[in-house]
Design a protein around this ligand. Structure first.
Ligand code: PLP
Length: 386
């Protein structure tokens, strides 16, 4: 199969023939679009490197120094943050960085800024550390703009952490340099730490640039914990590989203290593939992924535009579309209805916060044929509600 065809190659049958939660849960003709994992094959380079590591029996106790060096090189080259291996911690995906930042930074009674809508763990972590959420509302009708003046009004002397997601799941926003500068100024002026989840950095549209907030100036660099992973770009969530960067040595020591005994660097299999995945060798994959997703986005937009009571934010980044359905039904009712009537599985938008009510989240990283089938089924099911 040519490299161009890879991203368009999957069928429900081929996806079901592979083990995995997304396609493994429900039988045919159900089509799942709820887990944020792509329907693509695994890149040949990743498979070979994993097989090679097993052949070499690289499964003993090991060190993650080489992995962290490769990560630091990528963070300096791609994210514009001059990191060394000591500034990097290997973690099991991005979620642990959200937990580490909140636990290190916050005391009971402190406040954490969380957007609404928001990726679930950002909200979930707040009560776990006895903190209070400061809800920063994002509005679809304003294009999910990050209103920095609004943020300034929310911040108090108890605000210790800003939970930032860029590109933003589920709003599909890629934050502009101006928005990020505004957030950075608020953080620096008030000594607030920022946790910046940049897991979706490779999935951006229309030639936009991904800007890491930590790269803006030395003051915000010192206040920021940035985390990344490989699950969204390469569809390898099963490797459970993420990494964070902080240039604040005390914060890194604090994270290590918190993580000790529950976290032991990366697995040797993750180590075998991380440098290659983060290097320029896999840029062909990133390019192909983006090209394919532009086609899928165009298909979705054309079809959703033909559905009269559906509004959606134009995807700037991520492959999670977040349309709003004005059918007088709650997100849960609508998700249940589409599941029964159309046999398609979308996530309940209310799970992303109050402002997600009325929305469903739809993962569109799939083949053109699967996407078209989903939209056909959705359209006929919605027509029955008219
Ligand atoms: C914004 C965001 N952060 C973190 C995660 C978790 O990713 P991982 O499984 O790589 O930790 C997801 C998964 O969908 C996500 O969308």
């Amino acid at each position: 199969m040519s490299k161009e065809d890879l991203f368009n190659s999957m069928t429900p049958e081929t996806m079901r023939s592979r083990p995995g939660l997304k396609w493994g849960r429900d039988p045919s003709p159900y089509i799942p679009l709820f887990i944020a994992a792509p329907d693509f094959p695994i890149a040949p380079e990743i498979k070979s490197a994993l097989i090679d590591a097993v052949q070499r029996e690289d499964l003993y106790y090991n060190t993650d120094t080489g992995t962290r060096e490769a990560m630091a090189e990528k963070v300096a080259r791609f994210n514009g943050v001059e990191a060394t291996a000591d500034d990097i911690m290997v973690i099991q995906g991005v979620d642990p960085s959200i937990w580490l930042a909140a636990n290190y930074v916050c005391q009971p009674g402190d406040e954490i800024v969380v957007t609404d809508p928001s990726y679930g763990p950002f909200t979930e972590v707040v009560p776990k550390v006895g903190a209070k959420p400061v809800v920063w509302e994002l509005d679809l009708d304003e294009g999910y703009r990050f209103d920095v003046e609004g943020l300034k009004e929310l911040v108090t002397d108890r605000t210790k952490l800003i939970n930032l997601c860029n590109p933003h799941n589920p709003c599909g926003r890629v934050l502009t340099r101006e928005e990020l500068k505004g957030i950075a100024d608020v953080a620096v002026d008030n000594g607030i730490v920022v946790i910046s989840d940049e897991l979706w950095e490779d999935v951006i549209f229309d030639g936009r640039e991904h800007v890491s907030i930590a790269s803006l100036n030395p003051e915000i660099e010192r206040l920021t914990v940035t985390s990344w992973g490989v699950s969204k770009t390469f569809g390898v969530a099963g490797l459970q590989l993420g990494y964070l960067c902080t240039k604040d040595e005390e914060m890194m020591a604090g994270f290590k203290g918190l993580a000790r005994l529950i976290q032991r660097g990366s697995s040797t299999l993750a180590k075998a593939v991380a440098p290659m995945m983060l290097g320029e060798e896999m840029d062909w994959w990133r390019k192909g992924l983006k090209e394919h997703l532009h086609k899928i986005r165009a298909i979705c937009e054309k079809r959703l535009d033909e559905m009269p009571r559906v509004t959606y934010p134009k995807l700037q980044g991520t492959y999670a579309m977040f349309p709003r359905f004005d059918y007088g039904k709650s997100s849960k009712e609508l998700a249940d209805y589409l599941r029964e009537e159309a046999k398609i599985g979308l996530s309940n938008g209310a799970g992303y916060g109050k402002r997600g009510e009325g929305h469903l989240r739809m993962i569109v990283a799939t083949s053109e044929a699967i996407m078209t089938e989903v939209l056909d089924r959705m359209e006929s099911a919605l027509k029955k509600l008219d």
